[in-house]
Design a protein around this ligand. Structure first.
Ligand code: UDP
Length: 322
């Protein structure tokens, strides 16, 4: 039995689908605050519970006694985290304290944790590696780094083994078109561009055109949600072989600017997407691109849907069908 914390959300639900396809039994723990009941297939058990309530987390572990945990649970909006930092530390950090205590109590020793590129301080714009300086710029990134540290101390004190995966910009959707990104408040670039293409919003706002990049807009590293999930399965196998706890970046190694993403979305959708040029969004670094050499070398990760056009096409199939 694999426990998927936050398994009703965008990334978690893709993990559940893939684990079921592989023949695993899956128990999802989710409070459905941003996730969706419809995103959890009937073949998985769904426990509606809240990480902030330790009794509920204990009850979940008592019931399912999972052998490993994929931990996608938590709040994930950078802007909101700046306005309500304590909500982020309560759900993400305190919630993970509860999770780790329940794991220890019920004998679950392996965890794969969804960390983030936002733990990095940022560098001169070259490819970020796992040894680059950490220095989160917002409470969301801080909460992710605090959890990484908790995992590390817990692993030193007991028999917990962990893999922390630092995601860059996750996008795309399952090629089946059955599940995809569906946030009530959407802040991410790819879904926002596609909503503008559909006419659900009047235009896409480009946040800042005066960055020190070739076209003045921010550059990011987009990784397909399906490839991201494969890395989680490889991380489970890695811990299953008795390897040491570790941290890995997950990105593509190629950066695209905001303008380039808008152009690609116009091409994929065949529509004119109205653009509004706006000011910078607070806290956005000019460029974030990962080196994922470590994940490729140690986990054997071989992302397949790396073409940016494929990522946008898969996202479009989902948005267009909703
Ligand atoms: N962005 C934008 N308009 C939007 C959403 C995002 O111009 O409606 C920009 C944002 O400023 C950043 C990039 O697109 O430079 C990626 O932002 P996103 O929120 O998707 O991911 P982040 O890099 O913040 O994790």
């Amino acid at each position: 039995m694999i426990a998927v914390i936050g398994g009703a959300g965008y990334i978690g639900s893709h993990a559940v689908k893939r684990l079921l396809e592989k023949g695993e039994s899956v128990a999802v723990f989710d409070n459905l605050s941003t996730g969706h009941r419809w995103a959890v297939p009937d073949a998985a058990s769904l426990y509606v519970g809240d990480l902030r309530i330790s009794e509920e987390v204990d009850d979940f572990f008592k019931r399912y006694k999972p052998e490993a945990v994929l931990h996608f649970g938590g709040k994930s909006l950078v802007g909101e985290s700046v306005e309500k930092p304590m909500d982020y530390f309560e759900t993400n950090v305190t919630g993970t304290v509860h999770l780790l205590k329940s794991m220890a109590k019920f004998g679950t020793k392996k965890i794969i944790f969804s960390s983030s590129a936002s733990v990095y301080a940022g560098n001169d714009g070259s490819l970020l590696t796992e040894t680059d300086a950490v220095g989160p710029k917002n409470p969301y990134g801080a909460s992710k780094y605090m959890i990484e540290q908790m995992l590390d101390w817990a692993s030193k004190a007991g028999d917990l083994k962990y893999v922390a995966l630092r995601y860059f910009n996750v996008a795309g959707a399952d090629p089946s078109g059955e599940i995809g990104e569906a946030h009530a408040i959407e802040t991410h670039l790819v879904p926002n561009v596609l909503k503008a293409a559909l006419g659900e919003t009047a235009h896409i706002s480009i946040f800042g055109t005066d960055y020190p990049t070739p076209d003045g807009t921010c550059i990011r590293d987009y990784v397909h949600v399906g490839d991201l999930i494969e890395a989680h399965l490889l991380a489970l196998e890695y811990l299953g072989r008795g390897e040491d706890s570790a941290v890995f970046n997950l990105g593509s190694g190629t950066g695209f600017s905001v303008r380039e993403i808008v152009d690609i979305a116009c091409e994929v959708t065949g529509r004119d997407i109205p653009v509004e040029l706006g000011p910078r969004r607070a806290g956005d670094p000019a460029k974030l691109v990962a080196s994922s050499e470590k994940a490729r070398r140690i986990l054997g990760w071989q992302p397949q849907r790396t073409e940016i056009k494929t990522i946008v096409e898969d996202a479009w199939r989902w948005h267009n069908k909703k």
